[in-house]
Design a protein around this ligand. Sequence first.
Ligand code: SF4
Length: 348
Amino acid sequence: MRRKTRQIFVGDVAIGGDAPISIQSMTNTKTSDLEGTVKQILALEEAGCDIVRFAVNSEEDAKTIPEIKKRIHIPTIADIQFNYQLALYAIEYGADGLRINPGNIGEKWKVKEVVDAAKEAGISIRVGVNSGSVHQEYIEKYHGVNVDSLCYSALDEVRILESLGFSDIKVSIKSSDVNQSIEVNRKFASMTDYPLHLGITEAGNKEQGLIKSSVGIGSLLHDGIGDTIRISLTDDPCREVEAGKILLRTLGLRKEGVEIISCPTCARTDIDLIPLVNEAQEAFKSYKKPLKIAIMGCPVNGPGEAKEADFGISGGKGKGIIFSKGKIIRTVEEENLLKALLEEMERY
Ligand code: SF4
């Protein structure tokens, strides 16, 4: 069962409560590069991103926010590291949410200014901690960076905002160690009802990053923990979003989109299956309808093994068959298989 959390908003996207689990990513353009940033955000939207974050490192970055917002359709989060003035600019120029840690801002009056401006603008704040920013006092108290020092550092950030009467908060606690990430989020989830943003920090390139994130984020989601996710990859940010969608669909937490079921290939495979599956993955990635498509290597096991698929292809010698719910619809030459599948889906 999903953990009960309070609900907050980033723009018009609800996070927590009974809201669907949202997918986030972050741009890697210079935020002040208006054309580049807008182009990347539009690509992220097309991939299915719900909320986009960008770094605000200068006043110029902040001043670009209104122009960015005019040309995109999803809410924005301004990521601020230390400078409270930049947080104030980001709010002034219309960011829909902030990511900032009050502990990094310094004097309490500066934190208060940011919190007052966020309240006035009606925007939420993400706080948290990762393995590189655990508070020194907890490193000493709990003898290093571990579940306790991570958890209590994050709780401190929350308490600072609460002490200023602010509770539109979501929390992220990230470690590059998957087991530690799972345990600390479980612990924190048992202590508060704030919505959690899940991610594995510095997860790596697409192979390693996908596995680490799927295990870490997937385990927590399976426990009912997590309200919004980002799969961090050293790769094109659109891949993060595509992976996020697959992860949510795998766990039954999102229905829309195409799930491709494909066989691992073996000595019975009679067509060039691997490029076919890759082409299909590409062709279906922005489909919104919930469909299962099977792509199997041989006619004997193909339709039978993929009975529950809405549509499918199975290979024969230089040919293949298109099937739906285990029933054969037509036979086609190998080079036309994907085209024929798309035609049949169109008819459907
Ligand atoms: S579906 Fe056919 S080709 Fe694919 S793994 Fe199974 S037996 Fe082999």
